[in-house]
Design a protein around this ligand. Structure first.
Ligand code: HEM
Length: 490
């Protein structure tokens, strides 16, 4: 039976690899896959983005690799990624809903969804981020309020070494809470800490080698390390959101929406009252969109901010210049969004932090929405596509010093801030990060406010050189475990 199965798989494999007929054009090149295993022996599943960058040196800016039996087209370098995601946005704009992503969403929500439902949920979330977060004074005020709580927590450490993870994650999580639920939580509230910790852990588990194995061989499910834990986390997150939504439903006032959830419930009610019983505004889309906003908006922003603080401790002369600029331009009053244009060096440091930290190295996988011809190659509808953002943010034809922390990448010869097209930390095109505006505002306000108040340095006995920039790889690239001192500058 075993021999029969192997032969069957081999025939299937040979058939599928030969199914690309001549008239359709040739597939992007790539290393020859082994049956079933694909190119797994060449891919370091603990750091796949790294291997893919290496492979692009050999196969060019578009190539095919096989993650086990799954064929994936990789796009590398600024020009190619831009051409696909921006110039052929429709062709490359669908999401690849892998088995792990399916666990999160069952196809609902924003992050791991496609088609009309995705389009409507994305549009609705964007409008609400504008109404309850962006635009007006909305989110600036929410962020400024949260900064005071974060500063209080850091002050309690009295300059002694501490791990920045929890305070930063809780603070950024509260910004999403304020936008989604209409209010922040106390940092000691067990419901809140439970939700934030679970979301953070789930992000990590989603990016592990075991999760990749599950994506390649879903039938391995029961034996995949940590899958049960991830499933439990997801179920608990959904239960918490459902409970919070229930509470908001009871106190809903359609004339005074407090946040995203209220606004969704009102829309749902209005559609139901007008007899539309099968609209897209159903409970699954609500709960999963909320978990998506927390999942995509918390770990990303928090991790970037933590990279920023770590880089300041590692490069004190750069921290000096940031603090000199803040003192000169703002003094001791609260930094505001409108100050950004007068703080070009600080702005450059934040952009350079995002570029070097490269926290979403492979974006989130896309698929082709139709058969596509791209740079002379044929890519079949439904093929998984990885826009390799690392290869854009570290493209050596775009950046003078791609692998070092060089804020001057974003400065002109007069010290003015320069926008760079190859800065694609938020990706581009149809699936560009939905929270980009909010994230930029948060990063600027949190970073300048913290740097204004504190001097960040390594713990006693640790030198700047000792601070390790090797990332800990999950779904996002996090700083490896470390502690910092935040010494009050007042
Ligand atoms: C998608 C980066 C903050 C919500 C993405 C993607 C990237 C990204 C690379 C994938 C784009 C693609 O598929 O090509 C970042 C970074 C952030 C950040 C670096 C912070 C520094 C946020 C925040 C929110 C958010 C604050 C929520 C308010 C989303 C959502 C998607 C997304 C919902 C999915 C969009 C879709 O599939 O249509 N983000 N993000 N992100 N982000 Fe962000």
């Amino acid at each position: 039976t075993l021999l029969g199965t192997v032969l069957f798989l081999l025939v299937l494999y040979l058939h599928s690899s030969g199914s690309n007929s001549e008239e359709q054009g040739k597939e992007p090149p790539g290393p020859r896959p082994l049956p079933l295993l694909g190119n797994m022996l060449q891919l370091d599943l603990k750091k796949p983005y790294h291997t893919l960058c290496e492979l692009s040196k050999k196969y060019g800016s578009i190539f095919t690799v096989h993650f086990g039996p799954k064929k994936v087209v990789v796009l590398a370098g600024y020009k190619t990624v831009k051409q696909a995601l921006v110039n052929q946005a429709e062709d490359f704009g669908d999401r690849d809903i892998t088995p792990v992503f399916y666990e999160f969403s069952q196809g609902h929500g924003i992050l791991f969804a496609n088609g009309d439902s995705w389009k409507e949920m994305r549009r609705f979330a964007l409008t609400n981020l504008r109404d309850f977060g962006m635009g007006k004074k909305g989110s600036e005020e929410k962020i400024l309020e949260e900064i005071h709580y974060l500063i209080e927590v850091l002050e309690k450490h009295e300059g002694k070494a501490f791990d920045t993870t929890q305070p930063v994650i809780y603070a950024v999580s509260n910004i999403i809470s304020a936008i989604v639920y209409g209010s922040r939580f106390e940092y000691t509230d067990p419901l809140f800490t439970g939700m934030a910790d679970r979301a953070n852990e789930s992000m990590y588990l989603t990016g592990t080698a075991s999760a990749q194995m599950y994506n390649m061989f879903p039938w391995l499910g029961p034996w995949v390390n940590n899958l049960t834990r991830l499933k439990k986390n997801i179920a608990d997150m959904k239960m918490d959101v459902t409970e919070l939504v229930r509470g908001l439903k009871e106190t809903l006032n359609p004339q005074m929406c407090r946040g995203f959830v209220d606004s969704f419930l009102v829309r749902k009610q209005t559609l139901e009252e007008s007899g539309n019983m099968d609209s897209l505004y159903h409970d699954d889309n609500l709960v999963i969109s909320v978990t998506n906003l927390f999942g995509a908006g918390t770990d990303t922003t928090g991790t970037t901010l933590r990279w920023g603080l770590l880089l300041m401790a590692k490069y004190p002369h750069i921290q000096d210049q940031v603090q000199e600029e803040i003192s000169r331009v703002i003094g001791s009053r609260q930094p505001l969004v409108e100050d950004r244009k007068n703080l070009p060096y600080t702005d450059a440091v934040i952009h350079e932090t995002q570029r070097l930290a490269n926290i979403v190295p492979m974006a989130i996988p896309h698929t082709t929405s139709r058969d596509v011809t791209f740079q002379g190659y044929f890519i079949k509808k439904g093929t998984s596509v990885i826009p390799l953002l690392t290869s854009v943010l570290q493209d050596d034809s775009e950046w003078e010093s791609p692998h070092t922390f060089t804020p001057s990448h974003f400065l002109d010869e007069h010290g003015g801030f320069v926008k760079r097209d190859a800065f694609m930390a938020f990706s581009a095109g149809h699936r560009v990060c939905l929270g980009e505006g909010l994230a930029r505002m948060e990063l600027f306000l949190f970073f300048t406010s913290l740097l204004q108040r504190f001097r960040f340095s390594p713990p006693p006995g640790v030198t700047e050189d000792d601070l390790d920039l090797t990332p800990s790889v999950g779904f996002t690239l996090n700083p490896s475990p470390h502690q910092l001192c935040a010494v009050s500058r007042l």
